[in-house]
Design a protein around this ligand. Structure first.
Ligand SMILES: *[C@@H]1O[C@H](CO)[C@@H](O)[C@H](O)[C@H]1NC(C)=O
Ligand SMILES: *[C@@H]1O[C@H](CO)[C@@H](O)[C@H](O)[C@H]1NC(C)=O
Length: 234
């Protein structure tokens, strides 16, 4: 009985040690990270991907938490996600679905296998593209290049860069960085062309680029705009 009691006490003692060594600091760390220093931790770290693909952390995806980030988020939720906006984009969705169906019909008539995965992925991309860039001829013709560059930027951005963790080993990443720069340049050119075209047309097409041009107190430069636009389309 005595022995059993001692084992029991020892077990309680050990579990208390385990708790205080292992779990208690964790809860403390979580509290520090998620409550006390929430603002610091809601920022994104400065990585090679954010510096190059994110254009030095412009745009909503990479921007540090702060007034500008909150403004960008507000613009996105007002210009893309309100029920008015979603209602307004209904004709776009209908047109793009009809176009995709027509493509599928044509392919099946010609006896070509229709790949539904890529058909639906293209459809989603096209709807997003028209909502953001409008349905101009130039945006349609650059869609293929844009889509490929976007895909490549996801791959390039997901790669591990040694220099992010051990800064003096930055030279190990030269090839990856070059690839990111090239892809970013391609995306940047296409969006810049669209912005310039929209700026020239004051006819008031009602897409997201026009909205960013209208809200020039939030999107002060084209860099801010491009940061938002590329994220919206992807
Ligand atoms: C269909 O398209 C997807 C994405 O583009 C691709 O991964 C897949 O291999 C394709 N399937 C066939 C059968 O070609
Ligand atoms: C700009 O205007 C031209 C001519 O009116 C039109 O063809 C083109 O699609 C417009 N571009 C955009 C981005 O709205």
């Amino acid at each position: 009985m005595e022995g059993l009691f001692q084992i029991g006490t020892a077990a309680i003692f050990l579990s208390w040690i385990a708790w205080s060594l292992f779990f208690a600091p964790r809860t403390r760390i979580y509290r520090e990270a998620l409550k006390v220093n929430d603002i610091v931790f809601s920022s994104r770290p400065s990585l090679a991907a954010s510096r190059i693909l994110g254009d030095n952390a412009a745009g909503i995806l990479w921007a540090p938490y702060g007034q500008q980030w909150r403004n960008l988020r507000k613009l996105c939720s007002l210009e893309l996600l309100t029920s008015r906006r979603i209602e307004e984009s209904r004709p776009v969705r209908a047109a793009e679905v009809a176009a995709a169906m027509a493509r599928a019909k044509e392919m099946s008539k010609a006896g070509i296998c229709v790949n539904l995965t890529s058909l639906l992925a293209d459809l989603t991309f096209d709807i997003m593209r028209v909502c953001v860039m409008g349905s101009s001829e130039s945006s349609r013709s650059s869609a293929g290049v844009y889509k490929r560059a976007m895909k490549e930027s996801f791959v390039a951005g997901g790669e591990v860069h040694v220099g992010d963790y051990v800064p003096w080993l930055w030279w190990l990443d030269l090839a990856k960085v070059a690839r990111m720069k090239r892809v970013h340049g391609e995306i940047d050119d296409i969006i810049q062309k669209e912005i310039d075209e929209h700026r020239g047309n004051s006819s008031g097409s009602d897409d997201f680029i026009t909205a960013t041009l209208r809200n020039d107190e939030i999107c002060r430069t084209d860099r801010d705009r491009k940061g938002l636009i590329s994220v919206r389309i992807s």
